[in-house]
Design a protein around this ligand. Structure first.
Ligand code: FAD
Length: 494
């Protein structure tokens, strides 16, 4: 007999609701706790998980296994190519281990919800209780309803309700304890599980040796790095977050998204530690930088609530269905130029090259690059959304879909369609000295002064041409006019 915890996007021991509940149950029943993780190539492919993220997950599993082993808890890892086989295999394993209790944390994407719903039923049929706990969001999707009894679709009132709800239910920010040490003899009994293979790589999701080394040093895996980063950010930068977060060249944000996406850090822990650092220990007053940062973590919750309530956004549909009729372009050359960072708009190119090199992009860069694809190039935003997922180390369906919907104006609580970022103004405002551009577009390093933002017009082009920097693939004003006309047409407006 045993109790089982199935890890998915919660690859940590600290503050893990399901892991702790499983450990507690095991202790109450006087049986060992077994944990498991299933690696599935097809699952990674279906979810467009980037090679950098797959590598991060595999590296994290090693850290997790080592930490769990200190408590004599095995982490059993199995590789299954076909995702359809996952539920059946879970049932087999649970039976094989003689367990009557399976725990896991909820995931809100449609496929995952369906899979878990049928697994709960199948478990019941064989006398196994499956508990799916709420862990990934600070406030569980569905718990916040507007006065009219509906799910919020605008962030600001939702956020006010989110803060009030946490204040009314302070236990939400109570952190779960780490699991208990396993029973004597568990290590011996499950020796084989401790030794199961964690693959070094997954077919079609491989990194080159150079990339592996680069990503390893840029993004150390596991929850210890998450904690180190969180504490450092809170100690050193959170106070100035509001004032500096939009500056592209500064390291003023937390870079914790990779950990929040893989679950090496819980959103609860992030909010709790930030709140505790706030002198009034609340979410609605005190240090502005702290409140702003917490409100960004809340965006993550918001987009997951939206996903759970309107699952059709998982099916390639815009949140705002009235935007379905916009006629998008499918120009392969322009998409190539955008994705490679060769549009002739330095700030867009810098952002895309940052993504291609780091698997991460500054939030302002994400907004500029996404808006450029959807509005200047009028390319179908879903192609850009896909490209981001395939390259981000922090790829998260709800946040990525939300960010693209915001930028393309097709999503929940978006920027209005007629608001079209001017890349030149964005560049001057958020990278005034051109440091971000120079870092990521090295061929422009020799361009002096303001010409860095617009080397062909302001620098008259000679210098830029010499160093091989491309000319603009589209004109700003023409693109803007075309975009307004196309959106209006799609929306049936005069
Ligand atoms: P910080 O500024 O330190 O914020 C702390 C945390 O709050 C982040 O780690 C993240 O978990 C959350 N957060 C911050 N801003 C947002 C936001 N706008 N929406 C949702 N959560 C937010 N974030 C992802 O985690 N995964 C994605 O796939 C993703 N795709 C995006 C695509 C587009 C087009 C846009 C505009 C934004 C996207 N974001 C995504 C949101 C945001 O850009 C990143 O979370 C942020 O840049 C990560 O850096 P950080 O950890 O330093 O953030």
């Amino acid at each position: 007999n045993a109790v089982v915890h199935w890890f998915r996007c919660d690859l940590r021991m600290r503050d893990n609701r399901s892991l702790y509940a499983a450990s507690k149950k095991a202790r109450e029943n006087g049986v060992p706790l077994i944990t498991m993780y299933i690696v599935s190539q097809q699952d990674f492919e279906a979810h467009l998980v980037s090679p950098a993220r797959v590598d991060f997950i595999l590296r994290t599993l090693r850290v997790l296994r080592e930490d769990l082993a200190k408590l004599d808890i095995p982490l059993y890892v199995e590789t299954l190519e076909k995702r359809k086989k996952i539920p059946g295999r879970i049932l087999e394993l649970v039976k094989e281990w003689g367990s009557d209790h399976l725990f896991t944390n909820a995931e809100y994407e449609v496929d995952e919800l369906r899979r878990d719903a049928s697994l709960v039923r199948e478990c019941l049929e064989i006398g196994v209780a499956m508990d799916v706990l709420s862990d990934t969001c600070v406030v569980k999707p569905g718990d916040l309803v507007s006065k009219s009894g509906t799910q919020y679709s605008v962030y600001t009132p939702w956020y006010r309700a989110w803060v009030a709800y946490i204040h009314e239910n302070p236990l939400l920010l109570d952190l779960s304890e780490a699991p208990n040490k396993n029973l004597n003899g568990a290590r011996q009994k499950y020796l084989k599980l401790f030794e199961s293979t964690i693959p070094n790589e997954v077919e079609h999701k491989k990194l080159s040796d150079e990339e592996t080394e680069r990503f390893c040093s840029m993004w150390p895996a596991g929850e210890h790095d998450a904690h180190r980063r969180l504490i450092k950010f809170i100690d050193e930068r959170i106070g100035g977050y509001k004032a500096h977060r939009n500056n592209l060249s500064e390291q003023s944000t937390s870079s914790l998204s990779v950990h929040l996406a893989s679950g090496t850090l819980s959103a609860r822990t992030a909010v709790r530690m930030a709140r505790d650092h706030n002198r009034i220990k609340r979410l609605d007053g005190g240090v502005e930088g702290i409140l702003t940062w917490i409100s960004e973590i809340a965006w993550r919750d918001f987009y997951k609530h939206v996903l759970a309530h309107w699952p059709y956004i998982c099916m390639n549909k815009p949140f705002k269905l009235e935007y379905t009729n916009i006629e998008w372009e499918y120009n392969q050359d322009q998409f190539e130029a955008w994705s490679k960072g060769r549009t002739g708009y330095p700030v867009v190119d810098a952002a895309m090259r940052q993504l291609n090199s780091c698997g991460w992009m500054h939030n302002r860069g994400r907004m500029i690059a996404a808006s450029f694809l959807a509005k200047h190039l009028l390319l179908d935003w879903r192609i850009g959304e896909r490209y981001f997922m395939e390259h981000l180390i922090d790829g998260d369906f709800a946040s990525n879909n939300g960010g693209w919907g915001f930028s393309a104006s097709t999503g929940v609580d978006p920027q209005p369609y007629f608001r079209i970022f001017n890349p030149l103004l964005q560049s001057e405002k958020f990278d005034p000295e051109g440091e971000y551009i120079k870092r990521w577009v090295p061929e422009l390093r020799g361009i002096a002064g303001k010409a860095i933002h617009d080397p062909y017009d302001r620098g008259k082009g000679a210098e830029a041409k010499k160093c091989g920097y491309p000319e603009r693939i589209v004109d700003h004003k023409e693109s803007r006019d075309r975009c307004l006309a196309r959106y209006k047409e799609g929306l049936g407006r005069k």
